[in-house]
Design a protein around this ligand. Structure first.
Ligand code: BES
Ligand code: ZN
Ligand code: ZN
Length: 499
């Protein structure tokens, strides 16, 4: 998708379609009154007939309007002015993108980046709008042999109109950042959508290596032999039921000052989670190819960081394994010795994510990171608690958590904090080992985090459970059914705001 930014009046553009925002409470304002005049009273007519009020997510298409050179006009309801945020602009743009794809419009002009929002820069607005259009164009059609052209998005050009030269320059910056972020989100979605038969741990490693080479950062793969030598007992315990070789993917991106401690991003990379000997039920087991959504978010963030030249130092750590039942698989009751030396009683082989993350967190210590954020499709309990509209965040560092919550609000990838009081750790005490890997039915998301906390030790650490947000079941504006790429926008927002 191509973006251009220029100075000018959107209503004078000769594009096949114009996309214009309308506030629900903006009918008395100068902009909407003028717009109505230009549209020959069509806006007021639509309002009176209750066809279109400007309510958030409403749309109305006007066919060619007398006196306007554009082919058609798509009006987007933005809701009340004071409720409008960059995230709403992003959603509205995604909605427009979806609607225009359907009627195969190839080119649009819009002044959405000039929408009046208090305390929001033109760059931020342009970024949000460009992200909305970009994300709406995402398709995963690699495995369709027919009708590829028909499935491919038609919308190829979006022209932004800005008020003056300064706004043009700002909007250009926003659009460039959206491109980088979009690249990261697309990569994350692609990786999660890949089927299990294609996606082995070493497949992930290969993709990481290619990305690192293309973008100029470091990537080290630690294979099975080395994992055995170094004592990654928890990770290897999970991996032993699959014939596929496990690995630890280590990424290093240096965009910040030489001596700045890095932020570490750790992503759960279970390429397929059948549950192991504690086998999952057949229903929806196919969706467990998404169990590397955390890993995908980390890789996507590295792609976005490198593409935008993010001025920060980052370390990425991805434990990549497959969790299958077999004659060599670990059993419920087995005791593993983790990389930290702590012993773990495995009472349910389906609680495997915390096992591989435990070793990854221990490994992370050697980088002396200033903050560690892990992302994982970790617990079904998280879906029970928060559904699909927020990921859970827990951790040992309240400032880090607050910053992540703020990034969640800004990016629209929202987080909700759950407590991690020491009482919860009682639930994972084992009778015969240092810790057990399940804590009973109560507070499943929290006891999983309490388990990780033991391995994060003194790190400034936050854990994000994305079990409910990594996968979209129905399809939403800008998010077709399947992988969402959740985490990339959140982390990029967080990292950019860390000065
Ligand atoms: N990968 C699953 C969690 C999950 C469930 C992610 C649904 C996305 C959607 C995880 O490995 C798992 O199976 N967790 C168990 C833990 C339990 C055995 C303590 C769960 O949530 O049932
Ligand atoms: Zn599992
Ligand atoms: Zn899992």
């Amino acid at each position: 998708m191509e973006f251009t930014v220029k100075k000018g009046d959107v209503l004078k553009q000769k594009a096949p379609a114009l996309v214009l925002g309308v506030f629900e409470d903006g009918w008395k304002g100068a902009r909407q009154r003028e717009l109505d005049k230009t549209l020959d009273g069509l806006l007021q007519k639509a309002l009176k007939s209750e066809e279109f009020s400007g309510e958030f997510k409403q749309t109305l298409t006007l066919q060619p309007v007398k006196g306007l050179p554009a082919g058609r006009i798509l009006l987007l309801g933005l809701g009340k002015e004071r409720d409008c945020t960059p995230d709403r602009l992003r959603q509205a743009a995604a909605l427009a993108g979806d609607a225009l794809q359907k009627c195969r419009v190839a080119q649009v002009a819009t002044d959405l980046a000039a929408t009046a929002l208090k305390k929001v820069s033109v760059a931020q607005k342009a970024q949000a709008v460009a992200e909305g259009f970009l994300l709406a164009g995402y398709r995963f059609d690699r495995y369709r042999t027919e009708k590829r052209e028909k499935l491919a998005p038609a919308l190829g050009e979006v022209h932004f109109l800005a008020a003056d030269t300064q706004a043009v320059a700002e909007a250009q910056k926003g659009v460039a950042l959206a491109r980088a972020v979009g690249e990261g989100v697309f990569l994350a979605r692609d990786l999660v959508n890949e089927p299990g038969n294609v996606k082995s741990p070493l497949f992930l490693a290969e993709r990481a290596r290619q990305l690192a080479q293309a973008k100029g950062f470091l990537c080290t793969i630690i294979g099975r032999n080395e994992l055995v030598e170094q004592g990654f007992g928890a990770l290897l315990g999970v991996a032993q039921g699959s014939e596929r070789e496990p690995c630890l993917i280590v990424l290093e991106y240096r965009g910040g000052k030489k001596n700045d401690a890095p932020v570490a991003l750790v992503g759960k990379g279970v390429v397929f989670d059948a549950g192991g000997i504690s086998l999952k039920p057949a229903d929806k087991m196919d969706e467990m190819k998404m169990d590397m959504g955390g890993a995908a978010a980390v890789l996507g963030t590295f792609a976005a960081a490198a593409a935008s030249g993010l001025p920060r130092n980052l370390v990425g750590i991805i434990p990549a394994v497959e969790n299958l039942p077999s004659g060599s698989a670990m059993r419920p009751g087995d005791i593993l010795t983790s990389l930290s030396g702590r012993t773990i009683e495995v009472l349910n082989t389906d609680a495997e994510g915390r096992l591989i993350l435990a070793d990854a967190l221990t490994y992370c210590q050697r980088f002396e990171p200033k903050a560690v954020i892990d992302l994982a499709t970790l617990t079904g309990a998280c879906i029970i608690a928060l559904g699909n509209h927020a990921a859970a965040v827990l951790g040992s560092d309240e400032t880090l958590i607050d910053d992540l919550l703020a990034a969640g609000r800004k990016s629209g990838e929202r987080l909700w904090q759950l407590p991690l009081w020491s009482e919860y750790a009682e639930q994972i005490k084992s009778d015969i080992a240092d810790v057990k890997n399940i804590g009973g039915r109560a507070a499943g998301t929290i006891t999983a985090a309490a388990f990780l906390h033991k391995f994060a030790e003194d790190l400034n650490w936050a854990h994000i459970d994305i079990a409910g947000t990594a996968w979209e079941e129905k399809g939403a504006p800008g998010v077709p059914k399947g992988a969402t790429g959740f985490g990339v926008r959140l982390l990029m927002n967080y990292l950019l705001d860390q000065g």
